[in-house]
Write a protein that binds this ligand. Structure first.
Ligand code: PDD
Length: 277
């Protein structure tokens, strides 16, 4: 297995990180998770664009131009002969320097990206998953895809401990997103999801869903909803590069309607599948 780094490709066992690395010590970096279907990237442009937006937001200089980034990302799949469903994890940090909160000067950023097989979650996509509701305890710049994921990790762990797949997060009763995905409700034939403010990650799949539902003639409103509206929804689903378009069929132990994936959710799943292949 070959990894992409700022210095080119290296073997999986040959990459070692120094202890004074800003990603490790401060979470001072950004990342992306990019889907691959049958050896081909899905929404690569959207992910690369978001990576550059995240970098700009934290004043981080990326080691590659966008053109180089596309070239190397494609090489990553080539050198590893990827033909399956997979994902790429990519992170960039502010580099290696003696520990100091202040940015180091003239220190190159550290980048690595690796590819890993990841089958589509077909059973969950068909039957739906369970979720819990938790307070959103993250900072106020959730649109930046940073390595600081402790609140997300804690929420996700609580979900797991409650036999659930996700934690739906809220700020003072307003639902924002999930610990590692965006969230939507359907009410009377209309889809609602939190607007693209600084309080949510602007998901690449979310962005794609907007186009897909528009083509299908399904109304979508980027309007925040409350926990009460969530609990009163006809359908609930989430989206991410790894979970795709995933029905949520039980929240805090109560089924959403009859506990089966909803009709609109299924038509978006159908449109997504056609788009991704
Ligand atoms: N998570 N919101 C949060 C907080 C996320 O971490 C993610 C992605 C999303 C969905 O974004 P996208 O559609 O671009 O995948 C929303 C990735 C998959 C992760 O951290 O593993």
């Amino acid at each position: 297995h070959q990894l992409l780094t700022q210095d080119g490709f290296v073997g999986k066992n040959d990459l070692h990180y120094p202890f004074e690395e800003r990603g490790l010590q401060f979470g001072d970096g950004i990342y992306e998770v990019i889907r691959i279907y049958q050896g081909e990237y899905y929404l690569l442009t959207e992910h690369v664009e978001r990576l550059y937006r995240s970098a700009e937001a934290i004043k981080l200089t990326l080691p590659f131009s966008k053109d180089d980034m596309y070239r190397y990302m494609n090489q990553l799949l080539e050198v590893n002969s990827v033909t399956s469903d997979a994902k790429v994890y990519l992170q960039v940090t502010r580099g290696t320097a003696p520990r100091d909160h202040v940015f180091p000067e003239n220190v190159p950023s550290n980048l690595y990206a690796y590819v890993q097989d990841l089958p589509r979650p077909v059973d969950s996509l068909k039957n739906g998953v369970y979720a819990i509701i938790r307070p959103d305890e993250r900072w106020l710049n959730c649109y930046i895809k940073t390595l600081n994921l402790l609140p997300n990790v804690l929420a996700k762990q609580e979900a797991k401990e409650n036999g659930c797949f996700e934690a739906i997060l809220h700020r003072e009763n307003t639902v924002t997103e999930c610990s590692s995905s965006n969230v939507y409700i359907v009410k009377d034939g209309v889809i609602y999801t939190h607007p693209e403010t600084k309080q949510i990650l602007h998901g690449c799949v979310r962005q794609r869903i907007k186009t897909l539902v528009e083509n299908e003639g399904i109304p979508l409103k980027e309007m925040a909803f409350t926990i009460e509206q969530l609990n009163d929804a006809d359908e609930v689903f989430l989206s991410s590069s790894t979970a795709e378009v995933m029905p949520i069929v039980k929240i805090d132990g109560r089924t959403v309607k009859d506990g089966k994936p909803g009709k609109l959710t299924q038509s978006i799943q159908h449109a997504y599948k056609k788009d991704a292949k």
